[in-house]
Design a protein around this ligand. Structure first.
Ligand SMILES: Nc1nc2c(ncn2[C@@H]2O[C@H](COP(=O)(O)OP(=O)(O)O)[C@@H](O)[C@H]2O)c(=O)[nH]1
Ligand SMILES: [Mg+2]
Length: 304
């Protein structure tokens, strides 16, 4: 876990280092002068969004701690209270994974399947991205590595039919966890979004009350468009949680705070790399620690 956190920190380093120049965290007194306008601009550049950045700064200014502590606290308050993942009385737990193309859905499903297998659970994955044969093959590789099983049909098959089959088999064979992959789609494509609504509906016909969770995978580097995507998918697919990927890369990170603040949706996991183990359960405190400069860390000793 320590190494995953260091990957996150590395990914967020640009934002953090920029902020470290502006907030002299090492200064032990709380009278130190901070140009809050500059800090606000830096938060906006880190994708925190103008209105969130403004209100966080207002709050931080009033906090009576060291500026950096005040800012951390103000930011932490923007995350919804943690909410347990829907527990099922009787397996399978059915998870639907949605999001636009290339955000990391299939990779994340491989990571999740691995995690569930490590917890000793049986896992069945439905290859709901039937548009390209390559997509099914990619998923098959992950599923095999994870030691999970998969339901697939021919290329071009109806994704709703695949989802239905997967859930039915998951129930019949008493799997602990069923995960349904879907094809990427842009939120503006009505036909594809309608199809996603159908996938969701049909899953409920396979098992009443399913899907128990719908996780929207968002690329952490998407910027403001992520806000629009989350809104649209929420409406069509009934999103219950978010996964933000690629936070090891050039992501600015503030989008994580903005998304959870805007929709009050829990962030379940974050992706910090392409390998099976590069998935971290989301922890708001650890995240804010990674995004903002360390207490006691000044612009000078950050330079190394
Ligand atoms: N650096 C990095 N790359 C990722 C992460 N998650 C996924 N990817 C990469 O993003 C690309 C698209 O992933 P894929 O799972 O096929 O996306 P999908 O179209 O949503 O299913 C692949 O090259 C993945 O290796 C992550 O957390 N970090
Ligand atoms: Mg995919």
């Amino acid at each position: 876990m320590a190494s995953l956190f260091s990957r996150l920190k590395k990914g967020l380093s640009r934002s953090r280092e920029g902020l470290a120049q502006l907030i002299p965290g090492s200064s032990s007194d709380n009278q130190v002068t901070v140009d809050w306008q500059d800090v606000e601009d830096a938060l906006i550049m880190a994708d925190c969004g103008p209105s969130l950045s403004m209100s966080v700064i207002e709050k931080a200014k009033k906090n009576k701690q060291k500026p950096i502590e005040g800012l951390k606290q103000a930011m932490l308050e923007r995350f919804p209270e943690s909410k347990a993942i829907h527990a099922v009385d009787k397996p399978p737990f059915v998870l639907l994974v949605v999001g636009v193309n290339g955000t990391g859905k299939t990779t994340t499903i491989g990571k999740l399947a691995t995690m569930f297998r490590q917890q000793g659970k049986s896992v069945l994955v439905g290859a709901g991205d039937t548009f390209r044969a390559a997509a099914v093959e990619q998923l098959a590789v992950w599923v095999e590595r994870a030691g999970a099983d998969m339901v697939r049909q021919h290329e071009g098959a109806d994704p709703a039919a695949v989802a239905f089959d997967t859930v039915q088999r998951g129930v019949a064979r008493e799997y602990d966890v069923v995960i349904i992959d879907t094809a990427g789609r842009v939120q503006t494509d009505k036909g594809l979004m309608d199809e996603l609504a159908k996938v969701r509906r049909v899953i409920g016909k396979g098992l009443a009350g399913a899907p128990h969770e719908v996780w929207h995978v968002v690329d952490g580097g998407t910027g403001h468009n992520a806000i629009v995507q989350v809104d649209k998918f929420r409406e069509v697919a009934g999103t219950t949680g978010l996964i933000i990927t690629k936070l090891d890369g050039s992501a600015k990170g503030g989008i994580v705070v903005q998304l959870s603040d805007t929709y009050g949706l829990p962030i379940r996991y974050i992706g910090v790399g392409e390998a099976l183990e590069d998935l971290m359960p989301f922890d708001a405190e650890a995240f804010v620690e990674g995004l903002l400069p360390e207490t006691g860390e000044s612009a000078d000793n950050e330079a190394s």
